[in-house]
Structure formats: structure tokens, C-alpha cells
Design a protein around this ligand. Structure first.
Ligand code: GLN
Length: 303
């Protein structure tokens, strides 16, 4: 008997951004600890293996989601049974949306979901795109979660589920409420690609520990030397910082422009000449004053 059966649902259809890598990450980390692993690929009309311990759904376009919507909804009972047996389910992006009640497309048509996660998604014209870093809380553990998101859907987490991670505004489920992903018992959804499990070993191990609990009796999994996963995680975390830098630069340029405009409008106190010939401007009020260093070339009329 195999220790761990990983079922990859619709590998031929839900496969944006290499989400198949999640299957590889789980298999490798389970096998490295001596567990035997079987991977099953299940597509339209094919039955779910009744011994699945982990079920994975990747991301997909709106078009693909509407093609598979009915097939997905017809699996609600078998997926719910698998979860009741202790299986762990992970949906990424389009797959996450399909774990919820439904996904409402821009034309108002509704793609039904599995309804195993209390979330609801509505498509929006603007997409939420970028590198993400957040604080995840899952099954009593906290860890940093990183990844890349690109989705038009705006997801709302209902009272039956919990957010997977807290993120900064403009990211995550809907760009408004600072949360990313959702969990409900053994069911997880996230908007993060990467593939998310390859770059977040804590999440991968949390899933493995839960899926293997009948074999381990709840013992912690043996730690692994995970240099590559750590480096990939750190690289993505760095990308989040790099993504923010242009915004900071824009803010600095806006500050300098404001000082120059004030000076040109005749507020001489806005700029002070420095001994090196450049100017220092102050903007803000009271304790919130900040200084901007302005190159003399940017202020042609100042003496
Ligand atoms: N089609 C969905 C959306 O845009 C999911 C996209 C994806 O899986 N990358 O919201």
C-alpha cells in the first residue's frame, strides 16, 4: 500500500505558471523522508481515486474554468468525502476559485464550484498582479508565505473559512481586506503561484504532516536540508521589496517636485542652500517634516 496518494485534478487544463511543480514539491519532500508516493492524474469525466490523501488543482484562465465548471461541480460529493476521510486539498488561483461556491464571470455567467471552501469570487476588469509576501496562519503554525499572483477574480472569505495569510493592501484575495487565500479544515486555497509549494516549504510540510497523520501519529516530520527551497523563497521575498522600490522612488520624485514648485512660487523657506551648492527642501508639518536633497541643476533660478 502506498503511503501518500497525490491526485492532480485537470493537469492538462489547470496549469498556469507551472503549478504542476506543487506535485513535485510534495512528492520530493515526502519521498525524502522515506514515504512511498503515487501520483494520479485525473481529468474531465475520470473518477477520483478513493484513496487520495492530497488533491491539487492549479490555476487556469476564465475560459478553461467555464469549460470544466460542470465537471468540477459534479465532483462535490467525492471531494467532500475525501476531505471527511482526512484528505488535504489545495487549489491555486483558478483552482482556488473552483473550491468555493462559485465564480461569477465578467458577463454575469456563473461557474459553479465544489463548495468545499466558504469563499465566493466575482471577476473584475482590473487584475491584481505582483509578487506577494504575507504572514500565514495555518493549523496552529505561523510562517512567511511568498508567491506571485495574477488574477482578475476578487474573492471574499465567508464565516465558514479563515484567511490563509495577511498581506499588504492591493494584494491577495480582493486587494481590499489585506488577506490572501483561505482554509477550512483540510481545504486550502491560495492565489499564489511560484509554484507556491516549491518556494514555501513550511506550507508543503504542513500539508504533508496533515495528510500523513494516520502514519505518523501526529509526530513532527523529520527536518530536511532545504537550501534550494530557502533560496527560492528568499529570492521571491526580495522581489516583493524590489516591486515596492519604484513606488518609493516615485514618492521621492514627487517630494522633490513639490519643493521645487513651492520655491518657484516664492516660498523661499522651502529651499535652503547647502554649502555644497545643492539645496535642501523641507516638506510636511510638525513632526512629519522630511528633507529632500535637490541637485542645484534642478533649480536653475535659485541663487
Ligand atoms: N481566471 C482566474 C482569474 O483571472 C484565475 C487566473 C489564474 O489561475 N491565474 O481570476
Amino acid at each position: 500500500m502506498t503511503d501518500l496518494v497525490i491526485t492532480h485534478l485537470y493537469p492538462d487544463l489547470l496549469r498556469t505558471y507551472g503549478d504542476r511543480g506543487n506535485v513535485v514539491a510534495l512528492s520530493r519532500r515526502a519521498a525524502s523522508r522515506g514515504f512511498s508516493v503515487r501520483v494520479e492524474e485525473v481529468s474531465l469525466g475520470q473518477a477520483l481515486p478513493p484513496d487520495s490523501n492530497i488533491i491539487l488543482l492549479g490555476g487556469g484562465t476564465d475560459n478553461v474554468q467555464s469549460i470544466i465548471g460542470q465537471d468540477v461541480a459534479s465532483r462535490a460529493v467525492e471531494v467532500r468525502d475525501a476531505v471527511a476521510r482526512g484528505a488535504v486539498v489545495l487549489g491555486v488561483c483558478g483552482g482556488y476559485q473552483l473550491l468555493g461556491h462559485s465564480y461569477v464571470l465578467p458577463d454575469g455567467s456563473v461557474v459553479p464550484g465544489l463548495g468545499v471552501l466558504d469563499v465566493e469570487t466575482h471577476a473584475s476588469r482590473d487584475r491584481i498582479v505582483g509578487a506577494v509576501r504575507g504572514e500565514a496562519n495555518l493549523w496552529g503554525k505561523s510562517f512567511e508565505l511568498v508567491g506571485f499572483e495574477n488574477h482578475g477574480g476578487r474573492t471574499t472569505v465567508g464565516p465558514g473559512a479563515e484567511p490563509l495569510a495577511h498581506v499588504s493592501r492591493h494584494h491577495g484575495n480582493n486587494g481590499r481586506d489585506h488577506v490572501e487565500g483561505a482554509s477550512q479544515g483540510g481545504v486550502l486555497g491560495t492565489y499564489l503561484h511560484g509554484p507556491v509549494l516549491a518556494i514555501n516549504p513550511e506550507l508543503t510540510d504542513a500539508m504533508l504532516a496533515r495528510a500523513l497523520v494516520t502514519l505518523t501519529g501526529g509526530e513532527e516530520l523529520e527536518p530536511l536540508g532545504e537550501v534550494l527551497e530557502r533560496r527560492a523563497h528568499e529570492a521571491m521575498a526580495r522581489r516583493v521589496r524590489d516591486d515596492r522600490r519604484p513606488a518609493r522612488r516615485r514618492l521621492a520624485v514627487a517630494g522633490i517636485t513639490a519643493v521645487v514648485v513651492l520655491a518657484a512660487l516664492g516660498a523661499p523657506e522651502a529651499l535652503e542652500k547647502h554649502e555644497d551648492g545643492d539645496f535642501v527642501g523641507r516638506i510636511g508639518v510638525g513632526p512629519f517634516v522630511s528633507e529632500a536633497h535637490v541637485d542645484r541643476a534642478a533649480v536653475p533660478d535659485m541663487r
